[in-house]
Ligand binder design. Structure first.
Ligand SMILES: Nc1ncnc2c1ncn2[C@@H]1O[C@H](COP(=O)(O)OP(=O)(O)O)[C@@H](O)[C@H]1O
Ligand SMILES: [Mg+2]
Length: 351
């Protein structure tokens, strides 16, 4: 039998390219060789694509790989991708990879891929627009305000006073279109508000300011089964820092996670799954997604971070929740590919 040629696309141009490398090589290693013929496709910092030999993906950083591209990899033009692969497993994270750009390119090339189409992928990246949609659907989200860079630059004292009047401290500032906790600040006083705004503006042209949620953070992987999105078992997160930071997320052994949750009562876990599926549908996600949020002391479930793609390192929520459902990494990876193929057959257009 001809095996499906699966291109695992990794690296990329975003702040999360190292996270992507970790996800992508794990997917590459766990692809079932009986069913699939994997190829590692590396996107460099300029957005160029390279077919890299498997020996290169075990390098420590994308910089190490980049240094060896000219001698050990094969550069391919975008339009040649169609001759190389039958399916794209998008392991890119963040800007240009997760946000509809790569999806748009694959649509032009008629290559099916993991995750949703162009529009939902773009929505998956934008926390401000997501909140507007979820609010309209009656799904709980934190109280928030979007401050544009020019607004901030032209009247810092005025914006500061407005924010301190509107939100109780602490509050949270973040770039609306980043991931992996990059640019997020927990603001405890006026001085750290200024720092938080400036930090977020390093990454984006606007800052999303949110009320600080005190409660238990959760992450819920949604998997589409024959067209119906279903929640796997939920994970409860116990960060080691005062919030779930980049190091908490990716440093081995750093913080505790519980799948299923230990400190969230069963009816609330059921409510989380229900809200996560509702958010998945409201944003038009397909194939799979990861919906994160908080369970508050007053019993409310709020959605803070819906993702149309998920980290896939060995200890990720994705594989932890798959394991809880009895699926080996190779099994859930195969499920994603198969459901994405069906979804693409049923589509009419790139969205
Ligand atoms: N409104 C909030 N209240 C409390 N903690 C928050 C809030 N927003 C974000 N955080 C903390 O910051 C982390 C990263 O923020 P998040 O919105 O999930 O962005 P990212 O896309 O970078 O994961 C969260 O996992 C959570 O621990
Ligand atoms: Mg998050």
């Amino acid at each position: 039998m001809e095996r499906l040629r699966v291109g695992v696309v990794l690296g990329g141009m975003s702040s999360e390219r190292e996270v992507s490398l970790n996800s992508g090589r794990n997917v590459f290693d766990n692809l079932d060789r009986e069913a699939y013929d994997p190829k590692a496709i590396f996107m460099d910092g300029q957005g160029r694509l390279w077919v890299i030999p498997w020996q290169l993906i075990s390098q420590n950083t994308t910089t190490d790989i980049t240094e060896r591209l000219e001698t050990e990899a094969r550069r391919i033009a975008y339009e040649e991708l169609r001759q190389e692969i039958d399916f794209a497993f998008i392991s890119l994270h963040g800007k240009f990879g997760e946000d509809g750009c790569m999806q748009g390119l694959l649509e032009l090339l008629r290559i099916p891929y993991t995750g949703p189409g162009v529009l939902a992928s773009a929505l998956g990246m934008d926390k401000h627009i997501q909140q507007m949609i979820l609010r309209a659907e009656g799904i709980g989200v934190p109280d928030s305000d979007l401050i544009h860079e020019d607004q901030w630059r032209s009247d810092r004292p005025g914006v500061t006073a407005m924010l301190l009047g509107r939100f109780k401290l602490p509050l949270v500032t973040k770039p609306p279109r980043e991931g992996s906790s990059i640019g997020v600040t927990l603001v405890r006083d006026e001085a750290s508000l200024v720092r938080g705004m400036e930090e977020a503006l390093k990454w984006d042209k606007a800052v999303l300011v949110e009320e600080f949620l005190e409660g238990t953070e959760f992450s819920s992987i949604i998997l589409e089964e024959e067209g119906e999105p279903q929640a796997l078992e939920v994970t409860e997160i116990t960060p080691e820092s005062e919030y779930f930071t980049y190091d908490d997320k990716y440093m081995p052994g750093r913080c505790r996670k519980f799948t299923p949750p230990k400190n969230i009562p069963a009816p609330a876990v059921a409510a989380i799954k229900q809200e996560a599926v509702r958010a998945f549908k409201a944003l038009g996600f397909r194939s799979y997604g990861r919906i994160d949020g908080f369970y508050l002391a007053d019993g409310r479930v709020l959605i803070t971070d819906p993702n149309s793609a998920s980290g896939m390192a060995p200890s990720s929520f994705f594989f932890e929740q798959a394991a809880c459902a009895g699926m080996l990494p190779s099994m859930i990876i195969g499920r994603l590919i198969e459901n994405a193929l069906v979804i693409h057959k049923g589509k009419n257009g790139p969205l």
